[in-house]
Design a protein around this ligand. Structure first.
Ligand SMILES: [Zn+2]
Length: 244
């Protein structure tokens, strides 16, 4: 269960004999309503990766703690980076791991914004053409919900600082949770790329924190870990021959 930054170079070499797969947790510095910390996405991804590494031998990289945040970019505390920066940065890191012998890469993102995720996917698509023995997976915490825990969530379109993230933080770091914000959803006009995003999303919550509980957070984390282990099994299989 090594974290890459906690081993010596000799331990790193020895560990490569056991696993050539690495989880790269990605987060954000982003408002999460008036009740959750700016680093919620990072904490979520890091804790998931650590929990996976307690069950199977796999490398865990130090997290990328900044991400691309569009909708929340005007809210206090959000520090967003450009898509180009994110794409180049994750590619440099994956190339570095590849040079050191890692071959399977799971990008696990605690931030699930669609543009952010698209940049991560695009980064890996480009690397497929360059790192010929590399295999890549890109997964957000919300993707895990679709396959593992959606049935326990009572808020249908809960996605940011709502029932799910408040539950997870209540389970992982209860002292970081400052009560409950009211249920809220943004009202962005369709298709328009608006400048003052906060005018359409006052409180920065997308869902219902009032439905959150520590018990739900525990189940969400446990089922997410199981789902991630299944994804890692697929990632570690050989890619089928395309027949060309
Ligand atoms: Zn979040």
């Amino acid at each position: 269960m090594p974290t890459v930054d906690s081993v010596t170079m000799h331990e790193f070499l020895a560990g490569l004999e056991r696993s050539r797969t690495v989880i790269v947790p990605c987060g954000s510095i982003e408002e999460h309503g008036p009740h959750l910390p700016l680093g919620t996405d990072t904490w979520h991804a890091v804790e998931l990766a650590k929990a996976v590494s307690e069950k199977i031998f796999i490398w865990v990289a130090p997290p990328i703690t900044y991400g691309l945040c569009r909708s929340s970019s005007n809210h206090p505390g959000t520090i967003t980076i450009k898509g180009t920066t994110l794409r180049l940065f994750i590619q440099d890191i994956l190339r570095g791991f590849y040079q050191q012998g890692l071959r399977r890469f799971l990008i696990l993102s605690g931030h699930a914004g669609s543009t952010h995720m698209a940049m991560l996917v695009d980064a890996c698509e480009e690397l497929l053409l360059e790192l010929h023995k590399g295999r890549f997976a890109v997964v957000s915490v919300n993707d895990l919900g679709r396959i593992a825990w959606k049935d326990i969530v009572e808020t249908p379109s809960d996605s940011h600082a709502g029932e799910v993230e408040t539950s997870v933080m209540e389970y992982l770091f209860p002292s970081y949770v400052k009560g409950r914000a009211p249920e809220e959803y943004p009202s962005f006009p369709p298709f328009l790329i608006v400048r003052n995003k906060r005018a359409f999303w006052k409180g920065g919550v997308w869902g219902n924190p009032g439905k959150a509980s520590r018990e739900k957070g525990k189940i969400i984390m446990e089922r997410s870990v199981e789902a991630l282990i299944e994804i890692i099994k697929s990632l570690e299989e050989e890619e089928p021959d395309g027949g060309s």
